[in-house]
Design a protein around this ligand. Structure first.
Ligand SMILES: *Cc1c(COP(=O)(O)O)cnc(C)c1O
Length: 390
């Protein structure tokens, strides 16, 4: 029987064979007793492998449809470890509106290790094709991109990569394995900040990587063990529990996001709403083909920083914070938060202007969130001496 992913989310970690416990045990042990000098058990030291972490790693591999899953101490640890598959003299092609921390790792750390990079508009496959160099080893994609929700055609980009003997890495944080499966579209490694939707409760930082084939999985497991940024047993357990409710959470948050997107789109003080679920979003046809959900995050642009400041001060329900994908709605200001590591000129070039705010819908009642936006936008109108009837 081929189960849907919603079912796999619940049962992937399985039942403890020793006791029948429905939850995976938390193995708080850094080391493991061995039988004799020449007979070792499956675990020896928790950096190299821990049973709780292993259960999580098998779960994410199943959900993404890959050969090997690996759990790291943060999304950036997973992403950085994947880039450590490269060596000096290699070159990478990267989405220009990549996550701020990834941008920082590439420009400030990879740079020191003599790995060269080119940022490209991944939505423009002509530009991508023209940017390959003989030493290009990786095409790095984020779709939908953060925060302006540009959509990259994963299958086409991965084909271009393959034709140029390069691998494709996809940061799948925004869609989660439930709604988008890059490995099935030709990617070699899929990466997650599990700090976001997968854990879902703003209580841990965690990262996951899944490789399509076992050989690449071995190489990345070697880096995981060597570099050592592994996820602890307690956090592995928390993440397994978070993954179980992913389907229910994203279903409700997704419906709320669609309603708020529609509301903001109609509001006269909102200049633009970035939401891949809109039929008129330029990336919508591609997104619909490769993903089965419009997501739970949207961004929108107000006139300027003043308007953004008034809205942030006036909104009562969402927390104002970095991060996304949690039970509480989270409002962020990318210019000084997620993209603070990006020089202002680079930021503006990517459309992350001073009026842009990002909203991640939580599990509050959608009517309360819309009422909250309504009263907060009204305050901008009052401050600017405008009248807004809505
Ligand atoms: C948060 C985030 C990351 C980084 O993950 P951490 O868990 O914060 O290290 C990477 N990519 C995307 C798209 C993110 O949202």
């Amino acid at each position: 029987m081929s189960e849907r992913r919603e079912t796999k989310l619940i049962h992937s970690a399985g039942i403890d064979p020793l006791t029948g416990a429905v939850n995976v045990p938390i193995y708080l042990s850094s080391t493991f007793h061995q039988e004799s000098i020449d007979s070792f058990g499956p675990f020896d030291y928790s950096r190299s492998g821990n049973p709780t972490r292993k259960s999580l790693e098998e779960t994410i591999a199943k959900l993404e449809g890959g050969a090997r899953g690996l759990a790291f101490s943060s999304g950036m640890a997973a992403i950085s470890s994947a880039f450590m598959l490269l060596k000096a003299g290699d070159h990478v092609l990267v989405s220009e509106d990549v996550y701020g921390g990834t941008y920082r790792f590439i420009t400030e750390v990879l740079e020191k290790f003599k790995v060269d990079y080119t940022f490209v508009d991944m939505t423009d496959l002509g530009e991508v094709a023209a940017a390959f160099q003989p030493n290009t080893k990786v095409v790095y994609i984020e779709t939908p991109s953060n925060p302006v929700m540009k959509i990259t055609d994963i299958e086409m980009a991965a084909k271009l990569a393959k034709a140029n003997d390069a691998m494709t890495f996809v940061d799948n944080t925004f869609m989660t394995p439930l709604y988008q499966n890059p490995l099935e579209l030709g990617a070699d490694i899929v990466l997650h900040s599990a700090t976001k939707f997968l854990s879902g409760h703003s209580d841990i930082t965690a990262g996951l990587a899944v490789t399509k084939d076992a050989g690449l999985g071995e190489q990345l497991a070697f880096i995981q063990n060597t570099f050592g940024s592994v996820l602890g047993a307690q956090d592995s357990y928390t993440l397994i529990q978070g993954i179980k409710t992913l389907g229910a959470r994203t279903k409700q948050s997704g419906e709320t996001t669609a309603r708020i997107a529609e509301y903001l789109h109609r509001h006269p003080l909102v200049e633009e709403v970035y939401y891949p679920g809109f039929s008129f979003h330029p990336g919508n046809p591609i997104h619909k083909r490769q993903a089965s959900h419009a997501g739970c995050v949207l961004s929108f642009r107000l006139a300027d920083k003043d308007a953004a400041r008034i809205l942030v001060d006036a909104l009562e329900i969402p927390v104002f914070a970095v991060s996304l994908g949690a039970v509480e709605s989270i409002l962020s200001y990318p210019a000084t938060m997620s993209h603070a590591a990006m020089p202002p000129a680079e930021r503006e070039k990517r459309g992350i202007t001073d009026g842009v705010l990002r909203f991640s819908a939580g599990l509050e009642h959608p009517d309360d969130l819309i009422n909250d936006f309504s009263q907060a936008l009204e305050k901008i109108a009052i401050a600017k001496g405008l009248s807004v009837a809505d």
